[in-house]
Design a protein around this ligand. Structure first.
Ligand SMILES: Nc1nc2cc3nc(NCCc4ccc(C(=O)O)cc4)[nH]c3cc2c(=O)[nH]1
Length: 373
């Protein structure tokens, strides 16, 4: 068992990277997909099922947990891992993005963000230091800096201002985090859709010698080619020997194309949120189980899967459950989608190990294009 945070780059295949992050609570095989457990639960899932699908790490959110049940209460209850019964690594987002997208934002200045809770309207202030303090109280293994993610499209001046403030906040978060050997604080590259700003952000963050680097400010509605172009501009500037995390991404197609450009870690609500709404991701593309064509189809979503939700339940039953808005429908489809995402990540890791990532990508996309049986 390692007492430090250690990233090992095992193999590369063109731009794709195979590696692993070893931490006291466990090892993260990369490229990794992190299921989102916003308020201390991966919605509609038991965490031992989440583990069974192959997840090595899950995500929690500072913004939601600071509002309810509060970081101090989680700490009094023994920390997030103990409370939710997940003893593997947890990464927590810092709250900046969620404040902008969820709360009644009141003020954002050098000191931090002031906002009204979307839960009960109470007023809160969060500085970079407080975000790191909250993540520490939660017991988070990988903590994200507080940053400002600007919604695109935006004025270049605005993007530059937010990027520069995020850099100053990164320094403050590094100081607040201090030395915690078994844990890590990641910086977040900002700069919108402007290559020069992205490069400057990545260069300045690299000087801080952090344990890992996220690419933020993307998956905010921009076209996929803009996102991929920002990766092409940003990733070569980041240190090769440290993990890169693309925040909020994405669809299976986004993931394949981002791995090809050098991303190691992903998180997205897509598999769980879509699952709750009846959308299944499969090796033959997306399947909307609400569609009438499934009403009497007794085949499972994927008889080759080792996930019971994919292998043992008929489309007809899933169709019925989702149409009836029954809880089990969202549970089974969330379970299936997470299993499919982890199966995709396992296929990616195996393909990189065998030096055939380009072939794997082509084969996978061909099968998606063939469409459902
Ligand atoms: N601290 C920080 N956190 C982030 C989280 C993000 N999450 C995204 N995108 C999520 C996209 C997203 C949203 C909803 C659904 C769905 O409902 O399925 C899917 C994807 N972009 C993001 C950017 C940042 C960022 O710069 N900084």
């Amino acid at each position: 068992m390692t007492k430090n945070f250690q990233f090992t780059l095992e193999k590369t295949d063109a731009g794709a990277r195979l590696g692993e992050i070893s931490m006291p609570r466990g090892t993260i095989r990369t490229p990794a997909f992190m299921p989102v457990g916003t308020v201390g639960t991966v919605k509609a899932m038991y965490l031992d099922q989440v583990r069974e699908t192959g997840a090595d790490i899950i995500l929690g959110n500072t913004y939601h947990l600071m509002l309810r049940p509060t970081a101090e209460r989680v700490a009094r209850l023994g920390g997030l891992h103990k409370l939710i019964r997940w003893e593997h690594p947890i990464l927590t987002d810092s709250g900046g993005f969620q404040v902008m997208s969820l709360s009644g934002l009141r003020k954002l200045d050098e000191q931090g963000v002031t906002f009204k809770s979307h839960v009960d309207g109470s007023l809160h202030h969060m500085s970079p230091e407080r975000s790191i303090e909250i993540q520490g109280l939660l017991g988070s293994d990988i903590q994200m800096q507080l940053d400002e993610c600007v919604a695109l499209p935006a004025e270049p001046k605005e993007i530059e201002r937010a990027m520069e403030m995020s850099l100053r906040w990164a320094e403050r978060c590094k100081v607040a985090f201090g030395e915690q050997p078994g844990k890590a604080m990641f910086g977040i590259v900002q700069g919108g859709d402007i290559p020069a700003l992205r490069i400057r952000s990545a260069e300045e963050l690299t000087k801080l010698d952090l344990k890992g680097y996220a690419v933020g400010g993307l998956a905010v509605g921009e076209p996929q080619d803009v996102m991929l172009n920002m990766l092409k501009e940003t990733l070569p500037v980041l240190p090769v020997e440290k993990p890169r995390y693309l925040m909020g991404v994405g669809t299976p197609d986004d993931i394949l194309k981002s791995v090809a450009r050098g991303i190691d870690m992903f998180d997205c609500v897509m598999p769980t949120r879509s699952g709750r709404h009846g959308l299944a991701f499969t090796r033959r593309g997306k399947v909307n189980i609400r569609n009438a064509r499934h009403a009497e189809d007794m085949r499972p979503l994927d008889e080759r899967s080792n996930c019971p939700a994919s292998r043992d339940y008929s489309r007809a039953y899933l169709h019925h459950l989702v149409r009836a808005n029954e809880a089990l429908g969202g549970m089974l489809l969330s379970w299936h989608n997470l299993a499919y995402y982890q199966e995709l990540m396992q296929g990616i890791r195996k393909a990189i190990a065998e030096g055939r990532f380009a072939d794997f990508t082509a084969e996978t996309m061909e099968e998606w294009a063939r469409g459902d049986l």
